[in-house]
Design a protein around this ligand. Structure first.
Ligand code: NAD
Length: 481
């Protein structure tokens, strides 16, 4: 993508933003500026919402089988552009190319999944107490949805909203992160190629102010937001009128390694889920609690496995395991959390520095032992490659301890003893619980946070339901018996 290209898409046409503010997109592996784009102005945002509202009047009544065909066509077009979208993502976000390709593949899978779900939206007939009446419950699409997304999974997180919204009969205005605008442009180019009716999908660009304007726009009926807890709370406070809202927010996700755990599997899981995408995953493991009988061996093996991870520029060397952090603010937060833990007496096992001879936003994956509950790594979201580790003796006590957190997104546990497995799966109060594995999300099961980690669900039928309204129609037809 060259500098200053048209990056917003409104009513089926590409244009430059009209705001005076220009934003820069940098490659986090090199620091090099790769694009400059203009933010969308208030007039642009209004035009995008009006276009989505006009398209909704028709799209809501398009036969669901036809909508499913459009979703498949979009999936085909994105699949055909997979390598371009993936390399764009690596260039602006930093993750290794193979992971970016995998992510675009998941976007395609999501659209195909929701193509299947589109034709399974059906109502109910409810028995009435009195003869001569029929109650039927219908589902109708909510209306115009705003999809506001972060930079860590810039394709997949658009896909969850795009697939469910369009399948339900809603139309969409997408506002991607200001750090990853170009991945969204490439996705929408594919949507444009698929020939979707004008206005069904629109794209505006910019930072938080643009998101805020979209949130407050009176013609936005649903806000589908993924991002930080702080922004989620601001959206709740500032939306100004009653709207449907789903908030997928941050977490501080625990791992429990019980006495009966398969240690080798637990170590592999901890390293994968703490450091993948440089820990910039909402469901990353932030804090591990290891039974005292396994603690020392766990630390030795985690350090060994972490030391084998290769860090580098994921575009120049697609075989690396980890790229750079995506932005300087994220790196600064990581450094602050590590310093806080070390100042409070944590023991450094590995990492806590930039790799030798590298520019860019690189940082070595870091393991900290003997952590306590006051350290920021054990209670806040680090959103970086840092794992805090503590020991425990009693399983019931540690379950109670990890639940005592404002966050409730995901939890992980390793155990082979049936009683321990059952205690953990029943006791952990999180939206997703992964036992003896660390890949909690599958597209056909609901995904959402508890407590301050959010409200509403994505994935699965629950994700589609978030774009639907119920309508109860009670008909007096007079037929007796
Ligand atoms: P962020 O909250 O800073 O930004 C997210 C999006 O919101 C961006 O597009 C941003 O421009 C926009 N925004 C900022 N201020 C806004 C406002 N006042 N009104 C409306 N929109 C606004 O988050 P981020 O740094 O891009 O992403 C990292 C965060 O996202 C982490 O906390 C992570 O846990 C969370 N996340 C959650 C999930 C999940 O599924 N629960 C998935 C991925 C990331």
């Amino acid at each position: 993508m060259s500098r200053s290209e048209h990056t917003q898409y409104i009513d089926g046409a590409w244009s430059q933003g009209n705001a005076t503010r220009q934003l820069d997109v940098a490659n986090p592996a090199t620091g090099e500026s790769i694009a400059v784009f203009a933010e969308s102005s208030s007039a642009d945002i209004d035009a995008a919402v009006r276009s989505a509202a006009a398209a909704f009047r028709t799209w809501r009544h398009v036969n669901p089988h036809r909508r499913a065909t459009w979703l498949q066509a979009m999936a085909d077009a994105i699949e055909a552009r997979l390598s371009t979208i993936a390399s764009t993502m690596t260039r602006e976000q930093g993750k290794p190319l193979s992971e970016a390709e995998g992510e675009v593949g998941k976007l395609v899978k999501t659209l195909r999944y929701y193509a299947g779900e589109a034709v399974r939206v059906c109502g109910q007939i409810i028995p009435n107490e009195d003869d001569g009446f029929q109650s039927q419950v219908e589902h109708e699409p909510i209306g115009v949805a705003a999809a506001i997304t972060p930079w860590n999974y810039p394709a997949e997180l658009i896909g969850w909203k795009l697939g469910a919204a369009l399948a339900a009969g809603c139309t969409l205005v997408i506002k991607p992160s200001e750090y990853t605008p170009l991945t969204a442009v490439e996705i929408v180019r594919a949507i444009d190629e698929a020939g979707l009716p004008n206005g069904v999908v629109n794209l505006v660009q910019g930072a938080g102010e643009v998101g805020g304007e979209l949130v407050r726009h009176p013609a936005i009926d649903k806000i589908a937001f993924t991002g930080s807890h702080a922004t989620g709370l601001r959206i709740y406070e500032t939306m100004g009128r009653i709207k449907s809202v789903s908030l997928e927010l941050g977490g501080n996700c625990p791992l429990i390694v019980a006495a009966s755990a398969d240690l080798e599997a637990a170590v592999a899981g901890a390293v994968r889920r703490s450091f993948r995408n440089m820990g910039q995953i909402c469901i990353a493991i932030n804090r591990a609690y290891v039974h005292r009988s396994l603690y020392d061996e766990f630390l030795v093996r985690v350090a060994e496995a972490t030391g084998k991870l290769r860090i580098g520029d994921g575009l120049a060397d697609p075989g690396v395991d980890l790229g750079p952090m995506t932005n300087a603010a994220g790196l600064a937060k990581v450094e602050a959390h590590v310093k806080d833990a070390l100042d409070r007496g944590a023991r450094l096992i590995c990492g806590a520095k930039a790799p030798d001879n590298r520019g860019g936003l690189f940082y070595e994956p870091t393991v900290l032992a003997d952590c306590d509950a006051d350290m920021r790594v054990m209670r806040d979201e680090t959103f970086g490659p840092v794992l805090g580790v503590a020991t425990f003796d009693d399983l019931d006590t540690v379950i109670e301890h990890v639940n005592d957190s404002p966050y409730g997104l995901a939890a992980y546990a390793y155990a082979t003893d049936l009683t321990e497995v059952y205690k953990l799966s029943r006791g952990l109060s999180f939206g997703s619980v992964a036992m003896n594995c660390v890949d909690a999300g599958i597209i056909n099961a609901p995904y959402g946070g508890r407590r301050q980690s959010g409200v509403g669900y994505e994935h699965g039928r629950a994700g589609l339901d978030g774009y639907l309204l119920y309508k109860h129609v009670r008909i007096k037809h007079g037929v007796q018996g």
